[in-house]
Structure formats: C-alpha cells, structure tokens
Design a protein around this ligand. Structure first.
Ligand SMILES: [Zn+2]
Length: 98
C-alpha cells in the first residue's frame, strides 16, 4: 500500500469490539495454549497452533496515542497471529504435530 507502518485490525464479540493497532510489539508472553486456527488468507484450512496464553502488546492507536493491549486465550492468539502476518509468518508455519 506504500504505507510503511505495521497495522492490524481485529474484531471481537461479533464486531462489537474493534481493535486497531499500529506498530504493535509483544512485550510480554506467558503460558501456552494450543488451539485450532484458520486464516482468511488461507481458506478452509485449520490446524493446531501453540501460542502464548497471555500477551501484553504495546502499540499506537490511529491517532498516534500509545495503547496497551492485554489479552488472554483467544484474543491473545489472535494478536500473535496478526503480528505474525506483519512479520511474513503464517499460522501454517507454526502448526504443532499431535
Ligand atoms: Zn491470518
């Protein structure tokens, strides 16, 4: 897009909660959680992926104000998934064998 920023947008609660994160950085990751993941970029594929159970992400909102995102479980996995995208990593690169 010619915009040199790292940005993700995630929605939770059926779209009621919208998270916009500019230049997100994971500053704390604790625990482990294995769950099925899928991706809009890779339709119809779901695999087990191990992610941290708890994460803290420092980022900025669209106005440049610093924000701190603390997440447990599914939202934590979601943030990790989206930040991986910004680093060119897909969930299929992190599949755990069971
Ligand atoms: Zn994805």
């Amino acid at each position: 897009m010619g915009v040199l920023k790292r940005i993700f947008v995630a929605t939770f609660d059926g779209g009621k909660t919208i998270i916009e994160a500019v230049n997100p950085v994971i500053v704390s990751a604790k625990g482990k959680r294995v769950a099925l993941e899928g991706c809009l970029s890779i339709p119809n594929i779901h695999e087990k992926v191990e992610r941290p159970r708890h994460v803290v992400v420092n980022a900025f909102d669209r106005y440049g104000n610093p924000i701190v995102l603390k997440a447990d479980g599914f939202p934590a996995s979601c943030y990790c998934h989206e930040i991986d995208h910004l680093d060119g990593i897909l969930f299929t690169d992190r599949v755990v064998k069971s």
